[in-house]
Write a protein that binds this ligand. Structure first.
Ligand SMILES: [Zn+2]
Length: 483
């Protein structure tokens, strides 16, 4: 194809394919690069967020873990030298944004980590929990492998690696406060996604805004996301770039209906839930149902030590609550709620045939106690399973949501006979309309659409283009040179 030059475009892209062949842009080589952005995760996929910003210093925004069908990527080498990095900025504590930080340290990173104070508190629990799961899984798999004459497997990182990572220099950043790193200034703003979550503005000779994960205004427990200021370039998430969520009010009503329907049949309600944010939103939703007299008296179990710890961090930060949540002294306290930390207490829940609400992780049913509860309840048609979060391709949760008639859990075939509910309004991610509104506030020269399945990212990119914002969907490991 002939090389075309657009003089008025100020972005030089190397190896960057744009949405459609006819729109591939080649830029004049005359400009000198001011900043480079490498897309080392969450490019044409949802997990593994990691964007490398190279100016006069080298910063990674997020070092996320790959999940679902991309999980094997966690075991490979980083596509860059971790020792060469000056700093890491964490947008929030979800594992797909912060989960590979211990591995980064293990591989030589010795720089500074910038994060908000709640992110630092939450990430400790998230990383220790992740190491524990990995160590347990590696142990089980090694036992199986050795029996077959195969090699042992190793966790991506261990408890000790997490300790090393938490012993790095961590700088706690307040929303809206400028921080200088060499010649660049970084500022974190509230992204309204989880407690302490942030979007990042990086300012040097040009400005780049990285959305991290954006929340939807009107979420229950925490403050709404801020709108960004003008920026030259934008990296925008697109988890739900092709659709809008139902309102929170409708979602609470759906939750109420699902609980009543299931209890009427005499079954249990299972809610696979992410420990961070979704669980707290759910607890608060149950509290609201209780306040309005809709929730029947019942036993509610929060069967996740991680979610229990995280709820305690939420309870310690009322300054970040929404106005509505502030009206309660503790919005996450629900009548009938039992925290089950011990395995034995968790096992006792298996004896309950009906009338209980069981909230357990993991949110996509890839591990954790929810798998035991599914094994005991999924085959019973009087039970209900309520999915309240995104289910990535390749996960057990996704297979159930997609209508599988039977699934394998711990090597056993289990029929899916329980009623499956999907309530999407509890999502802590912004829907399409807000992503577009937020991007318009940035008014960038160009947007890079990331953190979405390919078709969804493409859908958002096309919508941005319709609004006059040039948008591309970068591939994994591509590098854009910004001028
Ligand atoms: Zn997130």
């Amino acid at each position: 194809m002939a090389k075309r030059t657009y003089n008025n475009l100020s972005l030089k892209i190397q190896l960057l394919k744009v949405l459609y062949e006819e729109k591939i842009v080649y830029i004049s080589e005359n400009h000198s690069t001011l900043m480079k952005v490498g897309f080392y995760g969450a490019a044409r996929t949802v997990t593994g967020s990691c964007f490398m910003i190279e100016d006069n210093i080298k910063i990674a925004v997020d070092v996320g873990m790959f999940q679902g069908s991309m999980e094997k990527n966690n075991h490979g080498n980083f596509p860059f030298d971790p020792a060469s990095l000056d700093a890491v900025i964490l947008t929030h504590a979800h594992l797909d944004h912060a989960g590979l930080l211990p591995k980064l340290v293990k591989k030589g990173f010795e720089g500074v980590v910038y994060a908000t104070s709640p992110t630092r508190e939450l990430v400790k629990y998230m990383l220790y929990d992740s190491a524990k799961i990995q160590e347990e899984e590696a142990k089980t798999q090694t036992r199986r492998n050795l029996r077959k004459g195969l090699k042992p497997v190793y966790p991506v990182y261990t408890h000790e690696d997490v300790k090393d990572c938490l012993n790095l220099e961590w700088k706690k950043v307040e929303y809206g406060k400028h921080m200088n790193l060499g010649d660049i200034t970084i500022t974190l703003y509230n992204s309204g996604h989880v407690l302490g979550s942030a979007f990042v503005n990086i300012q040097s000779d040009l400005s780049l805004t990285v959305s991290g994960d954006l929340g939807e205004p009107g979420s229950l427990a925490i403050m709404d996301p801020e709108l960004p200021g003008k920026t030259d370039y934008l990296i925008i998430e697109s988890t739900y770039g092709d659709r809008n969520h139902k309102s929170m009010k409708e979602s609470i009503d759906e939750l109420n209906t699902a609980i009543h329907e299931t209890f009427k049949k005499g079954g249990n309600v299972l809610i696979p839930s992410f420990a961070l944010e979704r669980t707290q939103e759910l607890l608060y939703a149950l509290r609201l149902l209780q306040e309005r007299g809709d929730l029947p008296d019942c036993q509610i179990f929060l069967d996740s030590p991680l979610a229990i710890d995280i709820t305690s961090v939420y309870s310690a930060h009322p300054e970040l609550y929404s106005k509505e949540a502030l009206m309660f002294s503790d919005p996450f306290r629900v009548r009938g709620l039992t925290y089950t930390r011990d395995v034995e207490e968790s096992k006792e829940i298996n004896e309950i045939d009906g009338g209980a609400i069981i909230i357990a992780g993991s949110g996509m049913c890839t591990g954790g106690r929810i798998k035991h509860h599914l094994k005991h309840n999924l085959w019973r048609e009087e039970c209900g399973v309520i999915f309240v979060g995104f289910q990535a391709k390749g996960t057990l949760g996704r297979r159930i949501v997609d209508g599988a008639e039977k699934v394998r859990i711990y090597g056993e075939e289990v029929a899916v006979r329980a009623k499956i509910y999907t309530i999407n309004g509890f999502s802590s991610h912004a829907g399409k309309d807000f992503l577009l509104e937020w991007s318009r506030a940035c008014d960038p020269r160009r947007a890079f659409v990331v953190h979405g399945e390919m078709d969804i990212s493409r859908n958002l990119a096309l919508s941005l283009e319709k609004q006059g914002i040039t948008a591309v969907v970068p591939e994994m490991r591509q590098v854009a040179e910004l001028v």
